[in-house]
Design a protein around this ligand. Structure first.
Ligand code: NAD
Ligand code: UDP
Length: 317
């Protein structure tokens, strides 16, 4: 039997990039963790070091299907996250956000668990407000290639607030901005992983469009700090709350920085901009600062230096 402060915590998508770091952190805090994943984009390698830990359990399951499970807290992270992965089977992506979130909210309701939903800056679409505040309702194309993800995540947020209003549930909705770090999928097509892998292989870095579009990049450890602080904050603080690093960089600046940090001879080449690719993305994090005293600590340069060795271990094997 665990101590009074030990919680049983379900992490859906726990074998993914963010989920596996969250499992690590929760176990280090002395909690019992149930990691649920269908291994669509997650890997056993991400959680291999936890398999022998008596506080860790692994369930292979697709959240689109109902599951009876008891927990004190549920972190619902299961969902393909990169454009390549979520566009691979857009209908499955919508089902994961809609049926999957419904199923996990149902499980939370039955066990009176606190429910954490991993939403995304994509709910802002191609924003006309900059930086983006939580009060901004977004500018999302409902029928485009990214819609399966953006609109799915918007419905998932709606469901959380309908469960709050209808069943008085304890919910926490976080809007995550671009996050990077070790255990990112090396072929997920996201900009940080693509550029590091290309630079390490001395291949050209593929900048889409003119590279003047901006993103803000949060190091994974900072994000996970934010997750736990938010989950532990007062029940009345439901979010949605932005978590991300407000340092804003053009994609071209990122490419040049990665070439320098890897001492690569790679050149930059330009490719067409994907459809509905947002021009600017930068979080206003004042709500997280005020609500639970969170702000990121790791600068882009430092975070890239921690991330590059991970990719070296994969690419240079
Ligand atoms: P990831 O692909 O590494 O992790 C997602 C995990 O969910 C994987 O392990 C995958 O196998 C699992 N999964 C997918 N569909 C499932 C299903 N139907 N049932 C069970 N498991 C399923 O991606 P990530 O970057 O770790 O993202 C985690 C969450 O955070 C996602 O919900 C994503 O939308 C959100 N998010 C991430 C970022 C980011 O920059 N990393 C930004 C915004 C939002
Ligand atoms: N991008 C790029 N080259 C790549 C991968 C991505 O120029 O090889 C650009 C992409 O067009 C976008 C930005 O980098 O403008 C961030 O893309 P990512 O898929 O990482 O995240 P998102 O668009 O979801 O923020």
């Amino acid at each position: 039997m665990g101590s009074y402060s030990t919680k049983r915590i379900l992490v859906t998508g726990g074998a993914g990039f963010l989920g596996s770091h969250l499992c690590d952190r929760l176990i280090a805090k002395g909690h019992d963790v149930i990691c649920l994943d269908n291994f669509f984009t997650g890997t056993k390698a991400n959680i291999a070091h936890l398999l022998d830990n008596s506080r860790f359990e692994l369930i292979r399951h697709d959240i689109v299907l109902p599951l009876r499970i008891e927990a004190d807290e549920i972190y619902n992270l299961a969902c393909p996250a990169s454009p390549i992965h979520y566009q691979h089977n857009p209908i499955a992506t919508v089902k994961t956000s809609v049926f999957g979130t419904l199923n996990m909210l149902g499980a939370a309701k039955r066990s009176r668990a606190r429910f954490f939903q991993a939403s995304t800056s994509e709910v802002y679409g191609d924003p006309s407000m900059h930086p983006q505040k939580e009060t901004y309702w977004g500018n999302v194309n409902p029928i485009g290639l990214r819609s399966c993800y953006d609109e799915g995540k918007r419905v998932a947020e709606t469901l959380c607030f309908d469960y709050l209003r209808t069943h008085k549930m304890k919910i926490k909705v976080v809007r995550i901005f671009n996050t990077y770090g070790p255990r990112m999928h090396s072929q997920d097509g996201r900009v940080v992983s693509n550029f590091i892998v290309q630079a390490l292989k001395e291949e050209p870095l593929t900048v889409y469009g003119d590279g003047k579009q901006t993103r803000s990049f949060c190091y994974v450890d900072d994000l996970i700090d934010g997750f736990i602080k938010f989950m532990d904050s007062d029940d009345s603080f439901t979010g949605p709350v932005n978590l991300g690093n407000p340092g804003e960089f053009t994609i071209l600046e990122l490419a040049e920085r990665i070439i320098r940090l890897t001492s690569s001879k790679s050149k930059i080449i330009y490719k067409p901009l994907p459809s509905d690719d947002p021009m600017q993305r930068c979080p206003d994090i004042s709500l997280a600062k005020k609500g639970f005293n969170w702000e990121p600590q790791v600068e882009l340069e430092e975070g890239l230096k921690k991330t590059i060795p991970y990719f070296k271990g994969i690419v240079c094997k």
